[in-house]
Design a protein around this ligand. Structure first.
Ligand code: ADP
Ligand code: MG
Length: 587
């Protein structure tokens, strides 16, 4: 029997090819929005209007005042690999425009009813072309304003299988708006108006700078807290705004990066920001920042992914360290104090109740640590210290009367309000910084005990620890294998206030276990120091005498950052006079 004729190899018709290519570029209305607005930006538009209906499934219309297209351009606009932006393969090495593949309009036309109306500044009239599911019509003359209007209706009308993957209107709209927000943030100087089912849902004027756009899109509280970043390295530059750690979120929705005007969600950049906030925020949160990176186009390959949201840096390490240095310095300048206002708000909503434990992965307003012995709100005064001003010659940050509450919190008057310090969190930060400093200065001071403490572990824990004995010794944790399930502790960092050997060993084993996934040595080291600082710092419930409190506050005042513990929980919550007035309904 012969093979059936259908098995013969044939070149696919253009229409089918485009539909297949569309699978890469056009996934949902948000992809249309992205491609069409990028085209408008490439065309030099100063004002862009986007109209959406039914989340963009029924209609996406993008109107721009850019350079427009000639009749000849229009005849080619829906033809695949037709582009005005790339003429030679060589150009691929230094792409400056947002588009270049000449694929978007052809793909879009193959899976929807699309229409382009356009007119160049000097042309007496405009022209229009249509593409209905891959059937391209003749170009005909039509009256048109200067610029281009692209209308895409009934996405996936001819590919029901793809249509079935679309989500609810609200979801599609949210995704389209996310794309539009990022584009608007990446292009100050360009005005954006967006409507959905005729209602205005986004509006930024061309004159609004980045800060003004953030204010319009995300509100004044965030906008007022931002710190500017500006840095240069040869031809590379970074500009933008970073928020204090407490604005971190569970996802990257408030993190906008752009590279040469192209919004992107690149994992290297996301990681870089994560690194810049390390130690200032709760581990899993994504910081809020709006950043524009500009690099020589030859320093980066944008042709990695059809939607171009990921890129490849030619010298990733250099870019990374440039960015990290600039970002970390900016983050350090943000106001990391935790405003009491938010907590007063929570208390107002639920009178008499503690604020609910926040969902995991979000910035914690503070840790709930009720003291079973003392009762959460019992006031314990430090004998002789309460309301008694401390001796003179203390740094301003330390001076002033204070109370120790529930052996956990220190309450201290400020010039314009008061603050509450979590003594454990603060001590953690102090110990952590000191350990890091010692490590940087050549070694952590070790305290060795005359009698080795023996700690029972499981075989698995023993194996994990045994593999890291040298690395641990380098950070002041001197362990030796004593038996098949026993570890001998020869020395621990002298800085640790409580050298609770079993706890520390257990914690280290746990960390190493989690570290099974490959992590860099410095990262692991940092975590170990975190956890040691935590396990061995003053605990909630520790009675501190006046001298100890003063020493703790003095050491913290000398630090560059003392507003969060190494895990990013706040060390102090500040209540200003304004917060109090609001709480007591005086304003
Ligand atoms: P690419 O952007 O990769 O070149 P597209 O398919 O998105 O490919 O667009 C094809 C071409 O159509 C572009 O190269 C450009 O010449 C023209 N074009 C598309 N949209 C516009 C617009 N809004 N204004 C002017 N020209 C446009
Ligand atoms: Mg394009």
């Amino acid at each position: 029997m012969n093979a059936p004729a259908a098995a013969a190899i044939r070149v696919l018709p253009e229409r089918i090819k485009n539909q297949i290519a569309a699978g890469e570029v056009v996934e949902r209305p948000a992809s249309l929005v992205k491609e069409l607005v990028e085209n408008a930006l490439d065309a030099g538009a100063r004002a862009i209007r986007v109209d959406l209906e039914e989340g963009g499934v029924r209609l996406v219309r993008v109107v721009d005042d850019g350079c427009g297209m000639s009749r000849e351009d229009l005849a080619l606009a829906f033809v695949s690999h037709a582009t005005s932006k790339l003429t030679e393969l060589d150009d691929l090495g230094h792409i400056a425009s947002l588009g270049f593949r000449g694929e978007a309009l052809a793909s879009i036309g193959s899976v929807a009813r699309a229409r382009i109306l356009s007119r160049r500044r000097d042309d007496p009239t405009g022209a229009v072309v249509e593409d209905e599911g891959g059937r391209i019509r003749e170009v005909v003359d039509a009256g048109a304003p200067i610029g281009t209007t692209v209308e895409v209706r009934d996405l996936f009308f001819n590919t029901p299988a793809r249509r079935a993957f679309l989500r609810r209107t609200a979801t599609e709209l949210a995704r389209a708006l996310d794309v539009l927000q990022r584009l608007a943030l990446a292009h100050p100087g360009v005005g954006f108006v967006v409507t959905h089912d005729r209602a205005r849902v986004l509006d930024v004027e061309a004159e609004m700078d980045l800060a003004a756009r953030v204010r319009r899109l995300f509100g004044a509280e965030l906008a007022d807290s931002l710190v500017e970043v500006e840095a240069h390295d040869g031809t590379s530059s970074l500009r933008g705004l970073v928020a204090p750690p407490r604005f971190a979120r569970a996802d990257t929705s408030r993190q906008a990066w752009s590279l040469n005007g192209r919004p992107l969600k690149d994992r290297v950049l996301i990681r870089c920001l994560q690194e810049a906030y390390r130690g200032f925020q709760v581990e899993r949160g994504y910081p809020t920042a709006f950043l524009g990176l500009s690099l020589d186009p030859s320093a980066v390959d944008v042709n990695v992914h059809p939607t171009k949201s990921e890129v490849r840096f030619r010298d990733e390490r250099r870019v990374f360290s440039f960015l990290l240095g600039a970002l970390r310095a900016a983050v350090a300048r943000t106001d990391m104090a935790t405003p009491g206002a938010r907590m007063l708000g929570a208390a107002e909503r639920r009178p008499g109740a503690l604020p609910p434990a926040p969902p995991s992965g979000r910035a914690l307003p503070f840790e709930r640590r009720p003291d079973p012995a003392a009762g959460a709100f019992t006031v314990r005064e430090v004998p002789g210290a309460a309301f008694e001003p401390l001796p003179a010659a203390l740094p301003a940050a330390v001076a002033g009367p204070f109370l120790q509450v529930a052996r956990t919190y220190l309450v201290r008057a400020l010039a314009d309000g008061f603050e509450i310090v979590d003594q454990h969190a603060l001590h953690e930060r102090v110990t952590y910084e000191a350990l890091k400093r010692q490590l940087g200065e050549g070694g952590i001071e070790v305290q060795r005990e005359l009698v080795h403490e023996l700690v029972d572990v499981t075989r698995e824990e023993l194996a994990l620890l045994e593999g890291q004995l040298a690395a641990l010794a380098a950070i002041g944790v001197e362990l030796a294998v004593f038996g098949p399930t026993t570890i001998a502790v020869h020395g621990l960092p002298a800085l640790l206030r409580r050298r609770d050997a079993p706890r520390i060993v257990g914690e280290l084993a746990r960390l190493l276990e989690r570290g099974a996934a490959p992590r860099s040595a410095p990262e692991l080291l940092d975590e170990v120091i975190h956890s040691m600082a935590c396990r061995a710092s003053v605990m909630a419930g520790d009675e501190l005498d006046e001298g100890e409190i003063r020493a703790l506050l003095e050491r913290a005042a000398a630090l560059e950052h003392d507003q969060t513990c190494p895990h990013g929980r706040p060390t102090r919550v500040r209540f200003t006079l304004a917060d109090l007035e609001r709480a007591f309904h005086r304003r």
